[in-house]
Write a protein that binds this ligand. Structure first.
Ligand code: IMP
Length: 179
Protein backbone atom coordinates (compact mmCIF):
# COMPACT_ATOMS: atom_id res chain seq x y z
CA UNK A 1 0.00 0.00 0.00
CA UNK A 2 1.27 3.49 -0.80
CA UNK A 3 2.28 5.62 2.20
CA UNK A 4 2.33 9.41 2.37
CA UNK A 5 3.88 11.66 5.01
CA UNK A 6 1.40 14.37 6.03
CA UNK A 7 3.24 17.34 7.48
CA UNK A 8 0.90 19.09 9.90
CA UNK A 9 0.48 19.77 13.59
CA UNK A 10 -3.29 19.28 13.33
CA UNK A 11 -4.34 15.83 14.59
CA UNK A 12 -7.94 16.37 13.34
CA UNK A 13 -6.72 16.84 9.77
CA UNK A 14 -4.60 13.68 10.10
CA UNK A 15 -7.56 11.63 11.33
CA UNK A 16 -9.77 12.84 8.49
CA UNK A 17 -7.09 12.35 5.83
CA UNK A 18 -6.26 8.86 7.15
CA UNK A 19 -9.88 7.73 6.98
CA UNK A 20 -10.40 9.21 3.52
CA UNK A 21 -7.13 7.98 1.98
CA UNK A 22 -7.24 4.50 3.51
CA UNK A 23 -10.34 3.79 1.41
CA UNK A 24 -8.33 4.92 -1.62
CA UNK A 25 -5.38 2.62 -0.86
CA UNK A 26 -3.02 5.12 0.80
CA UNK A 27 -1.84 5.13 4.43
CA UNK A 28 -0.99 8.39 6.16
CA UNK A 29 1.83 9.07 8.58
CA UNK A 30 1.94 12.37 10.44
CA UNK A 31 5.10 14.41 10.68
CA UNK A 32 5.01 17.43 12.93
CA UNK A 33 8.28 19.02 11.79
CA UNK A 34 6.51 22.27 10.93
CA UNK A 35 7.15 24.49 7.92
CA UNK A 36 7.07 28.24 7.35
CA UNK A 37 3.44 29.39 6.86
CA UNK A 38 3.47 32.27 4.41
CA UNK A 39 0.97 35.06 5.13
CA UNK A 40 -0.33 35.08 1.57
CA UNK A 41 -3.63 35.89 -0.07
CA UNK A 42 -4.00 32.50 -1.79
CA UNK A 43 -4.18 29.05 -0.22
CA UNK A 44 -2.34 27.68 -3.26
CA UNK A 45 0.76 29.78 -2.60
CA UNK A 46 0.80 28.81 1.09
CA UNK A 47 0.40 25.09 0.35
CA UNK A 48 3.02 25.08 -2.44
CA UNK A 49 5.64 26.87 -0.38
CA UNK A 50 4.96 24.69 2.68
CA UNK A 51 5.13 21.44 0.71
CA UNK A 52 8.38 22.43 -1.02
CA UNK A 53 10.06 23.46 2.27
CA UNK A 54 8.90 20.31 4.08
CA UNK A 55 9.96 17.96 1.27
CA UNK A 56 13.44 19.51 1.16
CA UNK A 57 13.72 19.50 4.95
CA UNK A 58 12.68 15.85 5.32
CA UNK A 59 14.33 14.59 2.14
CA UNK A 60 11.23 12.69 1.05
CA UNK A 61 7.83 13.12 -0.58
CA UNK A 62 5.26 14.92 1.59
CA UNK A 63 1.75 16.29 1.60
CA UNK A 64 0.50 19.45 3.36
CA UNK A 65 -3.03 20.88 3.70
CA UNK A 66 -3.99 24.54 3.73
CA UNK A 67 -7.67 25.27 4.23
CA UNK A 68 -9.83 28.35 4.55
CA UNK A 69 -13.40 29.47 5.10
CA UNK A 70 -14.62 32.13 2.64
CA UNK A 71 -17.75 34.02 3.78
CA UNK A 72 -19.47 35.82 0.90
CA UNK A 73 -21.10 38.63 2.92
CA UNK A 74 -17.68 39.42 4.43
CA UNK A 75 -15.95 39.65 1.05
CA UNK A 76 -14.36 36.21 1.39
CA UNK A 77 -13.06 36.84 4.92
CA UNK A 78 -11.34 35.10 6.69
CA UNK A 79 -10.15 33.04 3.66
CA UNK A 80 -6.37 32.54 3.75
CA UNK A 81 -6.27 34.14 7.20
CA UNK A 82 -8.63 31.55 8.69
CA UNK A 83 -6.17 30.15 11.23
CA UNK A 84 -5.27 33.59 12.59
CA UNK A 85 -8.90 34.70 12.72
CA UNK A 86 -10.02 31.50 14.42
CA UNK A 87 -7.33 31.97 17.07
CA UNK A 88 -8.05 35.66 17.63
CA UNK A 89 -11.83 35.98 17.11
CA UNK A 90 -13.24 32.46 17.24
CA UNK A 91 -16.64 31.27 16.06
CA UNK A 92 -18.78 33.37 18.41
CA UNK A 93 -17.38 36.68 17.20
CA UNK A 94 -17.69 35.64 13.58
CA UNK A 95 -21.36 34.87 14.20
CA UNK A 96 -21.69 38.30 15.84
CA UNK A 97 -20.17 40.00 12.76
CA UNK A 98 -22.86 38.39 10.64
CA UNK A 99 -25.83 39.39 12.80
CA UNK A 100 -28.58 41.16 10.91
CA UNK A 101 -27.43 39.99 7.46
CA UNK A 102 -29.42 37.61 5.32
CA UNK A 103 -26.63 36.37 3.06
CA UNK A 104 -24.96 33.52 4.96
CA UNK A 105 -23.35 31.76 2.00
CA UNK A 106 -19.82 30.47 2.51
CA UNK A 107 -17.33 28.14 0.86
CA UNK A 108 -14.82 25.93 2.60
CA UNK A 109 -11.70 25.33 0.49
CA UNK A 110 -8.81 22.91 0.94
CA UNK A 111 -5.60 22.85 -1.04
CA UNK A 112 -3.37 19.79 -0.76
CA UNK A 113 0.25 20.43 -1.68
CA UNK A 114 2.29 17.37 -2.64
CA UNK A 115 6.02 17.59 -3.23
CA UNK A 116 9.19 15.55 -3.75
CA UNK A 117 12.55 17.04 -2.69
CA UNK A 118 13.98 19.48 -5.20
CA UNK A 119 10.76 19.59 -7.24
CA UNK A 120 7.86 22.01 -7.55
CA UNK A 121 4.73 21.16 -5.57
CA UNK A 122 1.65 19.70 -7.22
CA UNK A 123 -1.63 21.19 -5.97
CA UNK A 124 -5.07 19.58 -5.58
CA UNK A 125 -7.99 21.70 -4.45
CA UNK A 126 -11.45 20.87 -3.22
CA UNK A 127 -14.32 23.02 -2.08
CA UNK A 128 -17.77 22.66 -0.61
CA UNK A 129 -20.50 25.28 -0.64
CA UNK A 130 -22.52 25.88 2.48
CA UNK A 131 -23.83 28.48 4.88
CA UNK A 132 -22.81 29.98 8.18
CA UNK A 133 -25.22 28.74 10.82
CA UNK A 134 -27.13 31.16 13.05
CA UNK A 135 -25.63 29.57 16.17
CA UNK A 136 -22.81 27.08 16.66
CA UNK A 137 -24.05 23.47 16.67
CA UNK A 138 -22.55 20.01 17.12
CA UNK A 139 -19.73 18.58 19.20
CA UNK A 140 -17.83 16.78 16.46
CA UNK A 141 -14.88 18.03 14.48
CA UNK A 142 -12.74 21.10 15.03
CA UNK A 143 -12.23 24.72 14.09
CA UNK A 144 -15.13 26.18 12.14
CA UNK A 145 -17.05 22.87 12.00
CA UNK A 146 -19.79 24.01 14.44
CA UNK A 147 -20.71 27.05 12.30
CA UNK A 148 -20.37 25.64 8.75
CA UNK A 149 -23.58 24.09 7.48
CA UNK A 150 -24.25 21.93 4.43
CA UNK A 151 -27.87 20.98 3.78
CA UNK A 152 -28.98 22.38 7.14
CA UNK A 153 -26.48 20.37 9.23
CA UNK A 154 -23.17 21.71 10.50
CA UNK A 155 -19.97 19.71 10.13
CA UNK A 156 -20.09 19.62 13.94
CA UNK A 157 -23.50 17.90 13.76
CA UNK A 158 -22.30 15.43 11.16
CA UNK A 159 -19.22 13.90 12.67
CA UNK A 160 -16.27 12.48 10.77
CA UNK A 161 -18.02 9.77 8.77
CA UNK A 162 -20.58 12.07 7.14
CA UNK A 163 -18.21 15.04 6.81
CA UNK A 164 -15.63 12.87 5.07
CA UNK A 165 -18.12 11.95 2.34
CA UNK A 166 -18.55 15.53 1.14
CA UNK A 167 -15.99 17.87 2.67
CA UNK A 168 -13.54 20.21 0.96
CA UNK A 169 -10.74 17.97 2.30
CA UNK A 170 -12.35 14.83 0.87
CA UNK A 171 -12.70 16.47 -2.54
CA UNK A 172 -9.08 17.65 -2.59
CA UNK A 173 -7.73 14.29 -1.35
CA UNK A 174 -9.74 12.39 -3.93
CA UNK A 175 -8.00 14.39 -6.69
CA UNK A 176 -4.63 13.82 -4.98
CA UNK A 177 -5.19 10.04 -4.74
CA UNK A 178 -6.17 9.85 -8.38
CA UNK A 179 -3.01 11.82 -9.27
P1 IMP B 1 -5.08 25.76 8.27
O1 IMP B 1 -5.36 25.02 7.02
O2 IMP B 1 -4.44 24.87 9.29
O3 IMP B 1 -4.35 27.07 8.02
O4 IMP B 1 -6.48 26.08 8.89
C1 IMP B 1 -7.13 27.31 8.83
C2 IMP B 1 -8.16 27.39 9.92
O5 IMP B 1 -9.32 26.70 9.49
C3 IMP B 1 -7.75 26.77 11.26
O6 IMP B 1 -8.31 27.56 12.29
C4 IMP B 1 -8.39 25.40 11.22
O7 IMP B 1 -8.75 24.97 12.52
C5 IMP B 1 -9.62 25.68 10.38
N1 IMP B 1 -9.97 24.52 9.60
C6 IMP B 1 -9.21 23.88 8.65
N2 IMP B 1 -9.88 22.84 8.15
C7 IMP B 1 -11.07 22.81 8.78
C8 IMP B 1 -12.18 21.95 8.69
O8 IMP B 1 -12.23 20.96 7.95
N3 IMP B 1 -13.22 22.24 9.50
C9 IMP B 1 -13.23 23.31 10.35
N4 IMP B 1 -12.21 24.13 10.48
C10 IMP B 1 -11.13 23.88 9.70
Amino acid sequence: MRKIIFVTGNAHKVKEASNILLKLGITVEQNNCGYPELQEDELEKIAAYGAECAADHLGGEVMVDDSGLFIRALGGFPGPYSAYVFDTLGNERILKMMEGGTDRAAVFRCVIGYCRPGEKALLFSGEVEGEISLVGRGDAGFGYDPIFEVGGRTFGDMGDYEKNLLSHRYRALLKFARG
